[in-house]
Design a protein around this ligand. Structure first.
Ligand code: GLU
Length: 471
């Protein structure tokens, strides 16, 4: 059987990290088994819909390098792939369930339901619909329908026994049928609920593996009852534990947590984000961390998905991003970093700008960091921080070094080799080496204790500015 996985986002405007992580697992699984990766848009809750969100989902998946085998833009015979365009399909299947006696029309008004809810609240019980409409006579139902009384269609749950859910990660889970609500399948506006639509679609689209958040695990008993009522084969369920934010809470936009686009705009490379996220809740058999997409696909093993939640750690993401930046060919790196570099370089040569950007290639964690890191190449006065000042005061030799270096560079030809020579002369003249040689020059010239190659830095700051700062 051909493996078919689907990514089924709701078009709510941004893609948060948890959603994307699920998409990654779905994609890797499909590719690993030479299957198909399908995009389905779950827009049945129209109140949450944000305009342009579908384009946005496409853009994100494209940036991540995911090839969508089927979806709204490429129907391969299982469409439509947007749930709001499938209303007739859901209606037909909901009515079929009514005929089979596994669902029923419910005409209860909002007031009646509120009374039931209040009663449940007063008894500190969760609200379960009491099933009164399941007992209506055929004649009464027909009469109500003829009168045009608004209705929903509810699933008729067994009241006793247990339903077993089998999940690849969590094993067998037994759910008591008595806690299952006669949930709504079709709303009065004709839209299906998520709980109904996902089953119909996964079946009709021949999805073999359903990967989704663990929060859906308990609901799956209801889905299984639907599959059984139709006599359909169930997919393999793979529920994945949550990705928690750095504060240990669920990741959310409201919490200010970054979405994929936020990260992208900050200068995180999509391949690095995908690599990092693939390891949130999944671990390869080896301790390799940096993976190309092909390596992720061949190493991905769904049985190694973790049962416990994982924590998003921006420092770790930065480490991955740093590796990807370091490994970019120079040309590609320059094109990329120039999107984030906003300093005024109108009085500099193209050569100077490229060299500046290149000396930071091994030092960057994310794109937008470039402006901050290069600040001292653009300001007149530099700030020397406390630690650097302390270093300068720690040994009288520091002053001798900067004075000697100043003299050495006064008349040299201005290039990196000559600057290195000058540093070497200071070393021989004063008989100093290591930290005591480099640090005073670096601190006085750039204001910082750490940075790219010293001679490159000095060269780019320029002779006049360096001499002025040294003095
Ligand atoms: N539309 C659901 C969501 O965004 C999808 C859940 C699923 O994959 O079944 O959470």
């Amino acid at each position: 059987m051909k493996v078919r996985t689907r990514f089924a986002p709701s078009p709510t405007g941004y893609m948060h990290i948890g959603n994307l992580r699920t998409a990654i697992f779905e994609y890797l699984l499909a590719r690993k088994y030479d299957g198909s990766f399908i995009l389905r848009i779950e827009d049945t809750d129209q109140t949450r819909e944000v305009e342009g969100a579908i384009d946005f989902i496409y853009k994100t998946l494209e940036l991540c390098g995911f090839k969508i085998d089927e979806g709204p833009n490429n129907d391969k015979g299982y469409g439509p792939y947007i749930q709001s365009e499938r209303k007739e399909i859901y209606k037909k299947y909901a009515e079929e369930l009514v005929e089979k006696g596994k669902a029923y029309y419910c005409f209860c008004s909002e007031e009646e339901l509120n009374t039931m809810r209040e009663r449940a609240n007063a008894r500190h019980k969760p609200f379960l619909y009491d099933g009164r409409c399941s007992r209506l006579s055929k004649e009464k139902i027909k009469e109500n329908l003829d009168k045009g009384i608004p209705y929903v269609i509810r699933q008729k749950m067994p009241k006793t026994g247990v339903t077993v859910v089998e999940d690849l990660i969590y094993g067998k889970i037994k759910i008591d049928n008595s806690i299952l609500d006669d949930q709504i399948l079709l709303k009065s506006d004709g839209f299906p609920t998520y709980n109904f639509a996902n089953v119909i679609d996964d079946h009709l689209m021949e999805i073999t593996h359903v990967i989704r958040g663990k929060e859906y695990l308990d609901q799956t008993a209801k889905y299984n009852l639907l599959y059984e009522a139709f006599g359909w084969e169930k997919p393999t369920y793979i529920h994945v534990a949550m990705v928690l934010g750095e504060d240990g809470n669920k990741l959310s936009k409201r919490n200010g947590d970054a979405s994929f686009m936020d990260l992208y705009n900050e200068g995180y490379i999509p391949a690095a984000i995908v690599n990092y996220l693939s390891l949130l809740g999944w671990s390869p058999a080896s301790n390799q961390e940096v993976f190309t997409m092909d390596e992720l696909i061949s190493n991905f093993d769904e049985s190694r998905i973790s049962k416990s939640s994982s924590q998003y750690d921006v420092k770790k993401l930065q480490w991955f991003n740093h590796q990807y930046i370091k490994n970019m060919p120079d040309e590609e790196y320059l094109n990329w970093i120039k999107k984030y570099f906003t300093r005024d370089v109108s009085d500099k040569s193209g050569y100077w700008v490229d060299k500046l950007l290149l000396i930071y290639k091994d030092h960057l964690n994310y794109g937008k960091e470039i402006d901050t890191l290069t600040e001292n190449f653009f300001v007149k006065d530099i700030n020397i921080d406390e630690e650097a000042k302390e270093f300068m005061a720690s040994d009288p030799k520091t002053l001798e070094v900067t004075e000697c270096f100043c003299k050495e560079i006064e008349n040299i030809e201005w290039n990196v080799d000559a600057i290195n020579n000058a540093i070497n002369n200071v070393k021989n003249n004063l008989n100093v080496k290591g930290k005591l040689l480099y640090m005073p020059i670096r601190i006085k010239a750039s204001g910082l204790m750490h940075g790219p190659e010293l001679a490159d830095t000095i060269y780019l700051i320029g002779r006049d500015t360096v001499i002025e700062r040294l003095k």
